[in-house]
Every structure is written in C-alpha cells, then in structure tokens.
Design a protein around this ligand. Structure first.
Ligand code: NAD
Length: 354
C-alpha cells in the first residue's frame, strides 16, 4: 500500500479526512490544504473514479488549487475540497448527502463546501439542512451576491481577456480581435456574449455541436470542430471546457498570441507554463482569471454570516480587480524571466505562508 502523503500532489495538507458511512454507502474524502487565510473553501465533486487513488489525488490537487485561487482573489478563505466517490451508476441518495453534511458539520467550520461537478444547487440545499458551512445556495433578488457562479466567472474572464489584449496587442478594446472559444457552456457562453457585445470576432466550438452552432447563429460567429479549435489562427485562445489541454501536443498546435480562459487546471504539467512562454504566448493563470465565481459564492457565505456586505456591487468591485492582478503577474514575469504560472504560484504561496 502506498501512503497518500508520499504522492506528488500531497503538499503538507492540514487535514485529509476519509468519510465512510456504511448505512448510506457514502465514501468521501475531505481535503483541507490550508486554513492560513480562513476556513478552507471549495466545492464537493461527485464523481465515479476508476480507483480510490485517483479520488485521493483529485482531492489533494483540487484543495491546493482552492488555496491558491482564494488567496489570489483576496478572499479571507483558505483552500479545501471534497470528493464523493460515486459508483459506476452515479447513485446519489438523500442519506448519502445527509451523512456527508454531518461530516462537514463535524469539522466545525474549518471547511466550507459548495457545488462542483456532479453536485447541484438542490443537493447543496439538502446539505444545508444539516450544516451551516455551505455556500452556493439559491439567493433571492437580483442584487444579492451568490446564486449561479457561471456569469460572474465569465465576467472575470472577459475582463482578463481585455487586459491580456491590452498587454500583448496594445489594444484598448476587443473590437475586431479574434477569439477562439473552446466550450460554450455556462462560462464559455457567457464570455462569448460579453466579447460579442464589444465587437470581437469569434470562433466557437463545443463537443455538443448544436450548442456552439446555436450561439454562433445568435452572435454572428463562426464555428470550428472540437478537434480543430486549438489550431484556429486567432489572437486569443480561450479554453472554457476541460483541464489539462495545454500539453505538449496542444501547445504545439496553438496559433495565437494569448491563452486566457476559465477551465480549471489548464496546464497538464508544471513544465507546460514555461513551454507556452517560450513560444511567445501570453498566459493568464487559470485560477487567477476564473475567480469571479468563487468571489460571488464566498461573499454570499460571508454575507449570510454578517461578515461582508450582501451587495452585488461588492462582487463586481472585486471581480474588477482581476485584470490588475494579471497585469502584476505579467510584469513580474517579464522582469524575472519566470513564466506567469510560476509567478502566480509563488505569489499565492507567499500569501498562504508556504
Ligand atoms: P459547463 O458544463 O456549463 O460547460 C462546459 C462546456 O464544455 C459544455 O458545453 C461541454 O459540452 C463543453 N465541452 C466539453 N468537452 C469539450 C471539448 N473537448 N471541446 C469543446 N467543448 C467541450 O461548465 P462551465 O461551468 O461552463 O465550466 C467550464 C470550465 O470552467 C470547467 O473547466 C470548470 O471547472 C471551469 N470553471 C467554472 C466555473 C463556474 O463558475 N462555472 C468557475 C471556475 C472554473
């Protein structure tokens, strides 16, 4: 048996808890990477893993990612993540969610959960029946922080793309700038709409081709097949679907000046950041540019606990700081020769005292 703390993804996590509830059939892992800045915040993923080692790796990697993302977004939260190990049929029962909620409650607020892949707003509302340490719940009224994080993530990415276009191409607007978008779901679709409003030229792609085609028709955009989008000649490639797309082959195919999009964990391995830089492509580190959603979800949680204003303008104000943070990273990258992802990691580590 290999101990998980000998894994490359184990980074002196403060706590790793395995939750087993034989009655409901729940097996879950809650990983708290750092609570240096506040309670470890990050969603719960409900996923069928090929083996428990993959689930452990996911929990460790994702919780560290949340430490970095929350720190760089200036939020008073640390990094945590939970994974629920689903069976092959992805059976999810109220009893399982109840047992999971009790485990979160048992941590006494050191971990605050929310939705992630496979977990809906309704699931989180069920979890919230048994623990107060939940965010990402439905909110009432258009002016309240919280609710679906997708549009807030999209807003941050739009602003980040504008900053990258200014930095790399010297343009104040995205009018006429060609952006190729991979994935036209909640985030990618929102980014496309914001860019179209400012006159960008768009090429859209989704494995659900009808989804990309419908949006392209609405926005007057072109489409590309999902296996061709990464080699489209464009100014900006915006990945908003899968992680790990920036691997050796993916980077070799790119024909753009900038990579800026919302997908989590875009770099397959650490060496792929410097590889992008070597090709002269400006990279917006994913966990910095895609923080809009976590900003909204966190302010919703803090507002419910009387620790932050419940005002959507506060969310917008904080999202508007994303471009400045990116600019700081790019300037430091140019000054030091480190790639933007390396600069961002170093900044995040400093903030969390690592
Ligand atoms: P989503 O499920 O709404 O959309 C993803 C889209 O990508 C879908 O339309 C899907 O068909 C498409 N897709 C999947 N594989 C593809 C491929 N190979 N090529 C082209 N399209 C493909 O998800 P989302 O909420 O828009 O999230 C997108 C990405 O952004 C994910 O990586 C997610 O982890 C990340 N992210 C999302 C948020 C948020 O607030 N929703 C916040 C931070 C990061």
């Amino acid at each position: 048996m290999t101990a998980f703390w000998t894994e490359a993804d184990y980074d002196d996590h403060e706590l790793v808890e395995v939750v087993r509830d034989p009655k409901s059939g729940l097996t879950a892992i809650i990983a708290l990477h750092s609570t240096h800045l506040g309670p470890g915040a990050g969603g719960t993923r409900f996923w069928h893993y090929a083996n428990p080692e993959d689930a452990m790796r996911d929990a460790l990697r994702l919780s560290r990612g949340m430490s970095y993302k929350n720190a760089m977004a200036g939020l008073p939260m640390g990094g945590g993540k939970a994974v629920i190990l689903a069976d092959a049929d992805k059976t999810k029962t109220p009893e399982m969610l109840a047992a999971f909620a009790d485990a979160v409650e048992g941590l006494g607020g050191r971990y605050v959960t929310a939705e992630d892949v496979g977990i809906s707003e309704a699931d989180m509302a069920a979890v919230a029946q048994r623990t107060q340490y939940v965010s990402g719940l439905p909110v009432e009224g258009e002016d309240a922080a919280g609710g679906d994080p997708g549009p807030f993530t999209a807003l941050g990415i739009f602003l980040g793309i504008k900053a990258a276009v200014k930095h790399k191409l010297g343009k104040d607007s995205v009018e006429g700038v060609h952006v190729a978008i991979q994935g036209t779901g909640s985030v990618g679709g929102g980014v496309a709409r914001l860019l179209a409003k400012e006159g960008a030229k768009l090429t859209l792609s989704d494995i659900h081709e009808d989804r990309a085609a419908a949006l392209a028709a609405e926005l007057g955009a072109d489409t590309a097949a999902s296996d061709a989008i990464m080699s489209v000649a464009c100014d900006v490639f915006s990945p908003n679907a899968l992680g790990a797309i920036l691997d050796d082959a993916g980077i070799a195919r790119l024909d753009c000046q900038v990579v800026a999009g919302g997908a989590n964990n875009q770099l397959q391995r650490p060496e792929h950041g410097p590889m992008l830089a070597k090709r002269g492509i400006l990279y917006a580190p994913d966990y910095v540019i895609n923080a809009g959603g976590i900003i909204s979800v966190t302010l919703e949680y803090l507002c419910r606990n009387d620790k932050a204003p419940c005002d959507i303008n506060e969310v917008r104000k904080r999202i508007a700081q994303i471009p400045g943070r990116l600019e700081q990273i790019w300037q430091e990258s140019e000054a030091t020769g480190a790639s933007p992802d390396q600069v961002a990691d170093r900044m995040a580590q400093d903030l969390i005292g690592r």
